[in-house]
Design a protein around this ligand. Structure first.
Ligand code: NAD
Length: 355
């Protein structure tokens, strides 16, 4: 067995249908004047949380915006100042958790996260901030939530298509965790189990978004995916998605969903054990083909073109993906990356011949 280092993160996880109703008792561990953060679309949940928290809710703040623009953080800082908040409750997808993390980075306030998508940010010490059109990310343990409440009931309202792409975003954390340079046996068990849980539940959710058992299984998979992302480094897939999202303002989960089969095909020959484990978890013989099949089954979009990527942006994306060397199992080669992106642009199968 190879040597490894494993460092677990101390997040208290409360999982189960109906667990949102334990918000007040869990929040007591955090503070007495809590700022409740959601996106504007999920303001109703902020109000529900405010009523559960009673006097310990300092303010319901529905001001979270995708990719955490710096002015959204400045505005929320004013709300913290006005209410003298001593803790942050983030309810929603990665954008709500992202705003709470940016605030924690500035103030050191503790976070309780209630995820309602499968992005997994609640389990990581990774923050992101967008300024002048450029998204910066970093790692800081101050932004790692102290508590995460996973209530599958809150995910029933996540539309079928968004559930599919969000789940594939989480599978991407697991797959890249399997071939990470700092992978270890425990992380690999979690990653394989995460892929299995999501691959089994997402097709059911897309057919029947209110299927409670599938919703619980997918959220369990998302917890595992987030844990993997928080513990080990990622590679080409995450780097490409970050570049495409930032440069062409593409939607986060959809970009991950479309790129994943292609990034996996790119790395297949260089990471045979990770491929075998991914394929086993998907119940197929070839990991990239299995992921392409899952994409077609659960996602309303299968190409970069459909999500707003300009075709003439491909050379620039290749250039950016080649800049600042980073770990990847297969060497980074501009012509192979260009083929990868052209296939993803067209929504072609991972191994397809592209003119
Ligand atoms: P999101 O948070 O922007 O949510 C997308 C939309 O879905 C929003 O309108 C939101 O209100 C809505 N939504 C979420 N849950 C819902 C529900 N249950 N019912 C109805 N609507 C719901 O998107 P996301 O994919 O969850 O997160 C993406 C963001 O998170 C990106 O900015 C990404 O960079 C970040 N992220 C960060 C990490 C990390 O570790 N720091 C990890 C993953 C993602």
């Amino acid at each position: 067995m190879q040597s490894f280092v494993h460092e677990a993160h101390a997040v208290r996880v409360v999982f189960g249908a109906g667990s949102f109703h334990r918000l007040a008792e869990e929040a007591e561990r955090l503070g007495k004047r809590l700022l409740v953060i959601t996106s504007p679309e999920q303001e109703t949940l902020a109000k529900k949380a405010a009523s559960l928290l009673g006097e310990s809710c300092a303010c319901a703040y529905p001001g979270a915006v995708m990719h955490v623009p710096v002015d959204s953080v400045d505005r929320a800082m004013t709300a913290i100042g006005e209410t003298d908040a001593d803790g942050l409750v983030a309810i929603g997808g990665g954008s709500a958790t992202g705003l709470a993390k940016a605030l924690a980075l500035r103030t050191g306030l503790p976070i309780l996260a209630v995820p309602t998508s499968y992005a997994g940010s609640e389990m990581t010490p990774i923050w992101g901030l967008t300024e002048n059109g450029v998204k910066r990310t970093g790692k800081d343990l101050r932004v790692l939530p102290r508590i995460a409440i996973y209530d599958p009931d809150l995910t029933h309202s996540l539309p079928a298509g968004l559930s599919g792409v969000s789940g594939l975003n989480s599978i991407a954390h697991c797959v890249e965790g399997l071939y990470s340079p700092d992978a270890n046996p425990l992380v690999s068990i979690m990653a394989e189990e995460g892929i299995r849980a999501l691959a089994r539940s997402l097709p059911v959710i897309v057919r029947d978004p209110s299927n409670s058992a599938a919703r619980a299984e997918a959220l369990y998979g998302a917890w595992l995916g987030g844990t993997v992302l928080g513990m080990v480094g990622m590679a080409l897939h995450h780097k490409l998605c970050h570049t495409l999202g930032g440069t062409f303002n593409l939607p986060h989960a959809q970009t991950h969903a479309v790129i994943l089969p292609h990034a996996v095909a790119y790395n297949a020959a260089a990471a045979p054990e990770a491929m075998a484990r991914t394929a086993r978890a998907l119940g197929v013989s070839d990991a990239a083909a299995g992921l392409a099949g899952l994409l077609r089954q659960v996602s309303p979009v299968t190409s970069l073109e459909e999500i707003g990527m300009p075709e003439d942006g491909i050379p620039r994306a290749v250039e950016l993906a080649m800049a600042n060397p980073y770990y990847n199992p297969a060497p980074l080669e501009a012509d192979r990356l260009e083929t990868l992106l052209r296939r993803a642009f067209a929504g072609a199968p991972p191994g397809a011949t592209i003119e």
